[in-house]
Design a protein around this ligand. Structure first.
Ligand code: PHE
Length: 503
């Protein structure tokens, strides 16, 4: 391992910082233009989809991205180890964005699929690699994760600026025209920029191979060669089954027995997510011989799970509802100069970079009065609701098709970012503190399930942009989140008592 440091941290941290920065650059850069591309009319180079379809597709795509992190974790544990899984994940992501850069429905859906698979391999495993850089009792570990989180948000900040500029800025379209390209193809240059970002991340990652401990190269979840073979066999059977299912469905579709469509698939994924959630929680309650106290704690986990799901369902509408509001109802000029609507997708990351240290200081300053994690959940929801509250006013001001100052969205993202800083960093650990020891491993999956369902719902709600008056849409969001915030706030004291007993 290299001894050269990075802000007093192991050198490998700088590699992972920049790899994840470029990965998030590509993810959030592409996400910033995704729904706008889907709903843009064909004459403007878009897909001309109805908003409800675009929302359904966006939600399905991002839900599967986070659902796949569980499969990606299994893959690294049993088959390839962390370092290689992250590498191949990055390769798939890059290929996905290249596919999106080529116009066509086929390349579009193939691109989304590749980004889903690639992010599943990369996102969870790269954060596990951060942990591996430190010995068990190294006190720098938490600080290491904070530095890494800055990389995440630096990427989330730059991606929308770059990809959004290529996809939407009139100046670039004019440039395309003067080069003999059609200006409507600008979207695909935006997607291409995401691919270039992931490529740079991969180059930088490959050059730094020696910076990681040996464990990063071993699948740690298997004991010997025989187990490794069994795992590979299981994997190949699963891939074969998936390929078979795709072929059979394609055959039935071709024969006219069923009609397969992206929106139909979105409905199928709705059902899958509901079934998985019910399955997981039924299993929770039915499987073990829980003591009465453990049973009570499981109920609390269900409550926190619901809180987290509601939070992400509101928060992730940044990419759907709020992105559409930026595009259609916001006056996007700064000092009279127009900028792309997708640039507002950078605001959340910018606020994280600015506010994360501030919020950290507030918790320190509060010392013993530092709120418990369920209280932070309730605050997270409250701030999210406050953000949507602002949007009720903004949408009333905008009327049917008017445009309001970008300060409304910036204000909304300000509150939502504070909400994110309350809930996101403590979320998973709050749930695993309550969980009995034998189900710790599962809690990571449950946390990602909440994010996944949240993304799904966020897409669906964004799909209502045209069918509901905007003030009603934002009021519904505010009220829904507020109900959960208040409900959770009432449960803070009893949950705290339970958690105190748990630790
Ligand atoms: N924005 C952060 C990231 O992309 C945290 C986050 C993860 C938020 C997953 C929502 C869902 O890593």
């Amino acid at each position: 391992m290299s001894k050269r440091g990075f802000f007093g941290h192991p050198g490998g941290l700088s590699t992972l910082f920049f790899t994840e920065m470029w990965e998030r650059f590509s993810y959030y850069g592409m996400r910033a233009i995704l729904i706008l591309y889907m709903v843009a009319p064909l004459t403007e180079g878009g897909m001309g989809l109805p908003v409800s379809d675009a929302g359904a597709i966006q939600g399905t795509y991002s839900a599967l991205v986070y659902l796949m992190t569980m499969v990606g974790g299994w893959f690294a544990d049993k088959l390839l180890g962390l370092r290689r899984s992250v590498f191949w994940g990055g390769v798939l992501i890059m290929c996905g964005h290249i596919s999106l850069a080529v116009r066509g429905a086929g390349t579009f859906y193939l691109g989304l699929l590749l980004v889903v698979l690639g992010t599943g391999l990369l996102k969870g495993n790269i954060s596990a690699m951060v942990g591996q850089l430190y010995d068990r009792d190294d006190t720098r570990r938490d600080a290491g994760y904070s530095v890494y989180y800055m990389g995440v948000n630096l990427g989330g900040f730059l991606g929308p600026l770059v990809c959004g500029w290529f996809a939407q800025q009139p100046a670039f379209k004019a440039l395309l025209g003067s080069w003999g390209f059609s200006p409507e193809s600008a979207w695909h240059f935006g997607f291409g920029a995401a691919a270039v970002g992931m490529f740079l991340g991969l180059v930088q990652y490959s050059l730094a191979r020696g910076r990681f401990p040996d464990e990063a190269d071993r699948p740690l979840g298997i004991a010997n060669q025989a187990e490794h073979r069994v795992a590979w066999r299981q994997f190949l059977i699963a891939v074969g089954a998936a390929a078979g299912a795709v072929l059979v469905t394609a055959g039935l579709h071709a024969g006219g027995a069923v009609t397969v469509s992206p929106v139909g698939f979105a409905g199928f994924v709705d059902v899958v997510l509901v079934a998985v959630t019910i399955g997981v929680f039924v299993w929770f309650f039915a499987a073990g011989q829980w003591t009465p106290e453990e049973r009570t704690r499981l109920i609390v986990i269900v409550v926190l799970f619901l809180g987290a799901t509601v939070f992400w369902a509101g928060f992730e509408q940044a990419a759907s509802t709020l992105n559409l509001f930026a595009d259609r109802n916001t006056a996007n000029t700064i000092f009279g100069i127009p900028y792309p609507a997708s640039w507002l997708q950078s605001v959340n990351s910018a606020f994280i970079i600015i506010l994360a240290p501030v919020v950290g200081l507030v918790w320190l300053w509060l010392g013993r009065r530092n709120p418990s994690s369920p209280a932070k959940f309730a605050f997270g929801l409250l701030f999210l609701a406050a953000g949507y509250g602002l949007m009720i006013a903004a949408s009333l001001l905008a009327g049917e098709s008017g445009r309001v100052s970008p300060m409304w969205l910036i204000g909304c993202y300000f509150f939502q970012t504070i909400g994110e800083l309350c809930l996101s960093p403590v979320g998973m650990s709050a749930m695993s503190t309550l969980a009995p020891a034998r189900m710790q491993g599962l809690m990571m999956g449950v946390w990602f399930l909440a994010i996944s369902i949240g993304n799904k719902v966020a897409g669906r709600v964004g799909g209502m942009y045209e069918s509901l008056p905007l003030p009603s849409l934002f009021t519904a969001n505010t009220a829904f989140v507020l109900v959960f915030a208040v409900g959770l706030a009432l449960l803070v004291a009893p949950i705290r008592r339970l958690m105190a007993r748990a630790s």
